[in-house]
Design a protein around this ligand. Structure first.
Ligand code: ADE
Length: 231
């Protein structure tokens, strides 16, 4: 039977999944707790990776090697880059790229990983379609299927938002998706990232980040929950 890996970076992003998990068994590896169990009758492993690309990469590889997951869904919050996106709105990853990969002094385009064919890692088409179905069925007023940009930076300025949107065509900015995507690509494991907007990445996040993070995490969780029922 297939095992589905579910990752979030922060407590708020995984606690709803953990609360629903049946027959829970936990294992700790490299400081991360992996909770195996069933959700909607599906075998899943839920984990909180911690923030940033290294945490996300290690967690993803462990999910693949030690837990044999055959699909990975990432749930969480992000800063909006697309001008039409407001707090609470959803981004379904069409692909993920690292905005902080910068070897431009050697002539590589921003975000391009040198000497590698792919730097913008495509998400799985059927997972994208299922996420879109979830948005429609759950009457999410606004969602975008677009490029998720990741970097080890909390984006907090209008200027950065503009360059990430205009130069790299990012729909939202977060800190893990591309690491998950790259590890999935390297291991031929399908993935999708679902992000609900907690802020507009413009420097105002500190005012209400905790509050919006809880709300946005709930939104993203609803979609993943719907998807699990149909995988
Ligand atoms: N996650 C949520 N908001 C973010 C932002 N503005 N930048 C990076 N990651 C985020």
């Amino acid at each position: 039977t297939q095992v589905i890996g579910l990752i979030g970076a922060m407590d708020e992003e995984v606690e709803l999944l953990l609360g629903q998990l049946e027959n829970k068994v936990t294992t700790v590896k490299a400081g991360v707790t992996y909770a195996s169990g069933t959700l909607h009758g599906k075998q899943v492993v839920v984990c909180k990776s911690g923030v940033g690309k290294v945490n996300a990469a290690v967690t993803t590889q462990i999910l693949i090697d030690s837990f044999g997951v055959s699909k990975i869904l990432f749930t969480g919050v992000a800063g909006a880059l697309h001008p039409d996106l407001n707090i609470g709105d959803i981004v379904i990853s069409s692909s993920c790229m690292q905005h902080d990969m910068d070897v431009t002094p050697l002539g590589f385009a921003r975000g391009m990983i040198p000497y590698q064919e792919v730097s913008d890692f495509p998400a799985d088409q059927s997972l994208i379609e299922l996420a879109e179905e979830a948005c429609k069925e759950l009457s999410v007023d606004h969602y975008v299927i677009g490029k998720v940009l990741s970097g080890d930076q909390f984006i907090a300025s209008r200027e950065t938002v503009q360059t990430l949107y205009e130069d790299l065509n990012g729909a939202c900015a977060e800190m893990e998706g591309s690491a998950v995507a790259q590890v999935c690509y390297m291991n031929h494991v399908p993935y999708v990232v679902i992000r609900s907007m907690s802020d507009k990445a413009d420097g105002s996040a500190h005012v209400n980040f905790p509050e919006f993070t809880v709300k946005a995490s709930r939104r993203s969780h609803e979609i993943v929950n719907y998807m699990l029922g149909r995988l």
